[in-house]
Design a protein around this ligand. Structure first.
Ligand code: IPE
Ligand code: IPE
Ligand code: MG
Length: 225
């Protein structure tokens, strides 16, 4: 029996590079990106096996980007969510945002709320947009919701873990591409390398070559270099 892709999550990355390749402004890449959100959501809405599509649209680190780009993204998001209402209803897609929405402008929050309530009765695909989402922020907010009288910070949670150190380079041998519940928090911005080599055959030569590749990767941590 084959696996069912019930819940698909996508890190929608590469808008800026797409635009740069075409000598266009990064914003043009974001505009195109929004169109692709529409086509991919449509596809998933008619795919019988897909129940949920979670899309990473804006991270807690993306605020580090230039003000103009952030402003553009906020406007684009507002416009998209407003104009798409009809399509969500036609395709029977329920909208469920995740992330800390409290930071957004009143008008953006209203558009988010409206789309969520208008599509509440849709029982097809659930499309979750991750907005001002950070894996760590989500966990800290969950803990603080559970224990509101003793609020904690990201740093405090980091320091309470067994492994208190962020991972820079995470390697998996054996050909599978998953985390298998290993260092979820610590790997938040780790560079992931997967190799088909089986562990008994892994050598320091291969490790060296992975480290060499790792050294050339541009690590952005949500900002722009
Ligand atoms: C993803 O594309 C969209 C957001 C993070 C908002 P990028 O803007 O990160 O595009 P690249 O990575 O610079 O190409
Ligand atoms: C991840 O992309 C966030 C989204 C796609 C929304 P980034 O472009 O922010 O990630 P880094 O900075 O390359 O790690
Ligand atoms: Mg990127």
């Amino acid at each position: 029996m084959s696996n069912r892709p019930n819940h698909i999550a996508i890190i929608m990355d590469g808008n800026g590079r797409w635009a740069k390749e075409r000598n266009m402004n990064r914003t043009a890449g974001h505009e195109r990106g929004a169109e692709v959100v529409r086509t991919i959501t449509s596809f998933c809405s008619i795919h019988p096996e897909i129940e949920r599509l979670t899309l990473y649209a804006f991270s807690t680190e993306n605020w580090k980007r230039p003000k103009l780009e952030v402003e553009f993204l906020m406007k684009l998001l507002e416009k998209y969510l407003k104009n798409e209402q009809k399509n969500y209803l036609e395709e029977n897609v329920r909208f469920e945002p995740i992330g800390d929405l409290s930071i957004f402008s009143k008008s953006l929050r209203k558009v988010i709320d409206d789309l969520q309530s208008v599509t509440q009765g849709c029982n097809g695909l659930v499309q979750s947009l991750a907005l001002n989402y950070g894996g760590r922020d989500e966990i800290v907010r969950a803990v603080n919701n559970l224990f509101p009288s003793t609020p904690i910070t990201v740093e405090q949670l980091s320091n309470a873990l067994d492994c208190k150190h962020d991972i820079d380079l995470l390697i998996r041998t054996g050909g599978d591409h998953r985390l298998s519940n290993f260092l979820l928090w610590q790997a938040a911005y780790a560079e992931l390398f997967f190799t088909n080599t089986l562990w008994p055959e892994f050598t320091s030569v291969e490790l060296e070559s992975i480290i060499k590749k790792f050294k050339t990767v541009e690590r952005r941590f949500g900002g722009l270099n």
